[in-house]
Design a protein around this ligand. Structure first.
Ligand SMILES: [Zn+2]
Length: 312
């Protein structure tokens, strides 16, 4: 924002003539301050999550949303699991538009606590998806939709999808038209999605596949896709898809690891790179590609508009 203001100020200075002491009007010298690229802005947004506790991540998220003119509501719940004991959590919710039914977009903002007790920086898992969701909010704000759009940035996903459960428990699920979840999305232009969210999710997959084809996006269908907040919705019979991004090689290695069976061709003991990064001290900002995250955010916004028109 600061850089943009400087550019605007520079433009004003350029436009405004000044009256010199001799009475002649002279233009001020032109000062051109190059603004940051979209990718740099995205990376800056993601950097606010690094090296923080989950409470600090929540507060940073609320501040970030306000910077973009969005109006977040913090919804606290009683969470925790058998390991942590009772532990309060907070979902951060942004609602756009209105309508008789809802399209819900979820991404968890919490990071995992590592075995040594320190916090993961939680960039690939899952600040990248959160920032992509913010990009989607920016693209969708003010767009006419026939559904209310509810972005639920969840807490305690890493403790067992607890924030998503708390949100759904407090919500009338019959209002939900469809849910888009994003988890593990900080780099790469290959979109991965799960096909294992129940028959009720079929129309969501149809809309997604049409979009992938029309936009020429490489989308990889996973018969088995790792669980995230999406499971809370599919277990409740709600239509949902879970998305992530990676480079093409990483996406296919992950496909083979989850779906290739014993003869998947991967070397003995091979762990797809993304699984070496997340839930480790390696989940760092250096892996985040701002352009890729921005592109994924627009992809999510487009899918939302497509689902807005799609009948189950
Ligand atoms: Zn995650």
């Amino acid at each position: 924002m600061l850089f943009r203001s400087l550019v605007a100020a520079a433009a004003l200075l350029t436009a405004a003539p000044v009256v010199a002491q001799d009475g002649a009007q002279r233009a001020l010298p032109v000062v051109v301050i190059p603004g940051p690229s979209e990718g740099q802005l995205i990376r800056g947004a993601a950097s606010v999550f690094a090296g923080k506790t989950n409470e600090e991540r929540r507060d940073a998220l609320v501040r970030l949303l306000r910077v973009y003119g969005l109006d977040p509501a913090v919804q606290t719940f009683e969470g925790g699991n058998s390991r942590t004991g009772p532990m309060a959590g907070s979902n951060v919710v942004v609602t756009l538009g209105d309508g008789p039914r809802d399209i819900v977009l979820t991404a968890h903002y919490d990071a995992v606590k590592l075995r040594d007790g320190s916090m993961s920086q939680g960039i690939v898992d899952n600040a990248g998806s959160v920032v992509a969701m913010i990009e989607a909010m920016k693209a969708l704000k003010g767009q006419p939709t026939s559904h209310r759009l509810i972005f639920v940035l969840t807490d305690q996903e890493e403790l067992g999808l607890i924030g998503a459960k708390a949100w759904l428990d407090a919500h009338d699920k019959s209002r939900i038209h469809a849910v888009i979840n994003a988890d593990v999305a900080a780099y790469g232009r290959t979109v991965m999605y799960g096909e294992n969210n129940g028959a009720q999710s079929g129309f969501v997959l149809t809309a997604l596949r049409s979009q992938c084809a029309e936009q020429g996006v490489n989308c990889v269908a996973f018969p088995v896709y790792p669980p995230s907040d999406d499971r809370v919705f599919s277990v409740a019979g709600v239509p949902v898809v879970s998305l992530g991004t990676q480079d093409a090689v990483g996406a296919h290695q992950m496909w083979l690891a989850f779906n290739g069976g014993e003869d998947n061709g991967l070397k003995e003991g091979f762990v797809p790179p993304v699984f070496q990064r997340i839930h480790s001290p390696e989940d760092k900002l250096s892996y985040l590609n701002g352009e890729d995250v921005a592109r994924f955010g627009r992809f999510i916004a487009d899918l939302t508009l497509r689902l807005d028109r799609a009948a189950p």
